[in-house]
Design a protein around this ligand. Structure first.
Ligand code: PMP
Length: 418
């Protein structure tokens, strides 16, 4: 090293080497790896159906049973804390159920939100959150109001103030457990406040997306207080609609999704779905009941996912903490989630999009910087989501080492130019 060579020179040289030999890796989306998918091949190869009638005597090969078969409603009810009557089992995507709930409220319900087309309809968006929720709201013409997450769920001071004053705020998304991407879970206090808060809109609705309800990574398994029970006790039984799916339990392309809500809410949605289809795929529902059986069997199955996933999160933790200490400690902070699929990085202000660009230029794709904010707008430009599930450990190691170099390079360049 020549005497004049600075740390920035060294990091630039390292990055130039990466550029000479670009890779083809992705840690962009929360997709289960092949090893994880293998865990559920039995769903298709081993489950044999001899009885084509469901417990409530619907022939699963035929039309009928729009609410789903009884045994599937029971199984998903065990995840949603709902009775059979309060559980609706759909197709393979919970996002599709959420979209249906929103579009029905917005356009087709008797008192549809956008009846008066000149008035805006708004939603609270706890951020950083799930980009596909934001895409959905934007597509439906619902204005998004970001509210910061605190580590225990949304900042309730802000939420309470907004919803109590503005009747055009019609609802909010919450990912209660192991949030995508921050990994945080909502506290009992947040559950109680969401269930009881005064809302200026009478038809305010909380879309409770429990996508990671049994997706623990560690021995400590976070449990979230039952919001449906709390909202019933508070006299708001129609406020909460819960969602869950097996996308990250079995096969994302061929799983089952469910919705838990008041009987009135489900009736409303069943009538909405009844205009689109006659029934969902009940054979797949039956297969899932045969394969996943009950809550206990689901938990045991999820342990196998955790065995595959946890080392990837350990690796990220190890690489980031080895690199970012001492002089570099302030360059980035990261989450250490107890479950879910993501690690969230908070970079130095103004650096996130440049870091993702540098990674893309060497063939490693990440989720676009700041995508976890509504409209992709984060004035601090400091948010990056890592989705390590799909990559092998070897590839993850390569991607993380390159990421460390890119973070350091962009941060040093920022201070050099100041
Ligand atoms: N909600 C959240 C919070 C998610 O992270 C994901 C998957 N990335 C989904 C929903 C997708 O659910 P589904 O496959 O059931 O549509």
């Amino acid at each position: 090293m020549s005497q004049k060579e600075t740390r920035l020179d060294i990091v630039r040289a390292q990055y130039a080497l990466y550029k000479e030999r670009p890779m083809d890796l992705t840690i962009a989306r929360g997709i289960p790896s092949k090893k994880q998918l293998k865990l559920s091949e039995g769903l298709v190869n081993d489950v044999k159906i001899d009885d084509w009638l469901s417990e409530d005597e619907i022939d699963i090969r035929n039309y009928g049973g729009l609410y789903g078969i009884k045994e599937a409603r029971e199984l998903f009810g065990s995840l949603l804390n709902t009775t059979v009557e309060e559980t609706f089992v759909g197709g393979n995507s919970s996002l599709q159920l959420m979209f249906a709930v929103l579009s029905h409220h917005m356009y087709t319900k008797e008192k549809a939100w956008n009846k008066d087309k000149d008035k805006p309809i708004k939603f609270i968006c706890p951020s950083p959150g799930y980009d596909r929720h934001w895409f959905m709201l934007e597509h439906l013409g619902i204005e998004m109001i970001p509210v910061e997450l605190t580590g225990n769920g949304p900042d309730m001071e802000v939420v309470e103030k907004l919803v109590s004053q503005d009747a055009s705020i019609k609802g909010m998304f919450v990912v209660p457990k192991y949030n995508n991407p921050t990994g945080e879970s909502v506290s009992d206090d947040v559950v109680d406040r969401l269930a009881t808060m005064h809302t200026a809109a009478e038809d305010f609705v909380i879309l409770w997306d429990n996508a990671y309800v049994v997706h623990h990574l560690r021995d400590e398994k976070v449990e979230v207080k039952d919001i449906f029970a709390a909202s019933k006790t508070a006299g708001n039984p129609d406020r909460v609609i819960q969602f869950v799916s097996t996308s990250k339990m079995t096969l994302p392309g061929a799983g089952v999704a469910a919705m838990g809500a008041s009987v009135d809410n489900l009736q409303e949605m069943a009538s909405h779905f009844g205009k689109q289809l006659i029934s969902f795929d009940k054979i797949n529902q039956k297969r899932h009941v045969a394969f996943l059986k009950d809550r206990e069997t689901i938990e045991a199955h999820m342990e196998k996912h955790a065995e595959i996933l946890a080392p990837k999160f350990d690796w990220i933790e190890a690489i980031l903490s080895a690199y970012f200490h001492g002089d570099r400690e302030s360059f980035v902070t990261w989450t250490s989630p107890k479950g879910g699929y993501f690690v969230h990085l908070t970079t130095d202000e103004g650096c996130a999009s440049k870091i993702v660009e540098k990674m893309t230029a060497i063939g490693i794709s990440l989720t676009p910087a700041n995508a976890a904010y509504p409209y992709g707008i984060n004035p601090l430009n400091n948010s990056i989501r890592l989705a390590p599930s799909f990559a092998t450990l070897d590839h993850l190691e390569i991607a993380m080492e390159a990421l460390c170099v890119c973070i350091e390079l962009v941060t040093l360049e920022k201070y050099e130019s100041l």
